[in-house]
Ligand binder design. Structure first.
Ligand code: HEM
Length: 143
């Protein structure tokens, strides 16, 4: 079924793109909450954002990415395959790091690092960059 952004992409791709941008904005809002020192709300919000992001990743991205793996070395032959492939690796790293961070901050305070501020900053920055990267994938594939 065609999407609603007028790019010719399928509906699920449009929904994933918009959904992740919404989650990205909610996460930036969560960062603002931390700056106002409301840490419990901040921690909860970041956990929600991170867990919700698993839905589009698992339902819409892992399948196509496994298809790219099956191409073997010819995945590097053209931008339309290598870019989503690389995005999948960096996005996977970012999502795994975000997941570790929210679990560490909400439920496993004894997990390293002892001073987690840098971990939160790096994981959020990488995660937001993955949204930009995913948008690049969308533009490359569908425009
Ligand atoms: C923070 C984590 C991630 C974010 C924010 C993100 C974001 C996005 C966005 C916005 C798109 C464009 C929508 C679309 O084309 O369907 C996209 C596409 C894609 N992503 Fe991700 N992504 C993330 C993680 C991953 C992971 C972990 C994988 C691989 C396991 C992956 C593989 C892909 C692939 C293959 C596409 C192209 C899908 C298609 O062929 O339509 N992404 N991503």
């Amino acid at each position: 079924m065609p999407g609603f952004l007028g790019s010719g992409a399928r509906l699920s791709a449009d929904l994933i793109l918009i959904g992740l941008w919404v989650l990205g904005m909610v996460a930036v809002g969560g960062w603002g909450i931390a700056r106002r020192r409301a840490f419990p709300q901040h921690c909860r919000r970041m956990a929600w954002v991170t867990f919700l992001a698993w839905l589009p990743i698992l339902l819409g991205m892992v399948g196509p990415w496994l298809g790219l793996i099956r191409l073997g070395s010819s995945v590097f032959a053209q931008p339309a395959t290598v870019v989503p492939f690389m995005h999948g690796m960096t996005g996977g790293l970012a999502q795994a790091l975000m997941t570790y961070t929210v679990v560490r901050m909400n439920w496993r305070r004894q997990w390293p690092p002892r001073r987690p501020l840098w971990l939160m900053r790096i994981s959020l920055a990488l995660w937001l960059l993955s949204i930009v990267g995913g948008t690049g994938v969308y533009l490359l594939l569908y425009t």
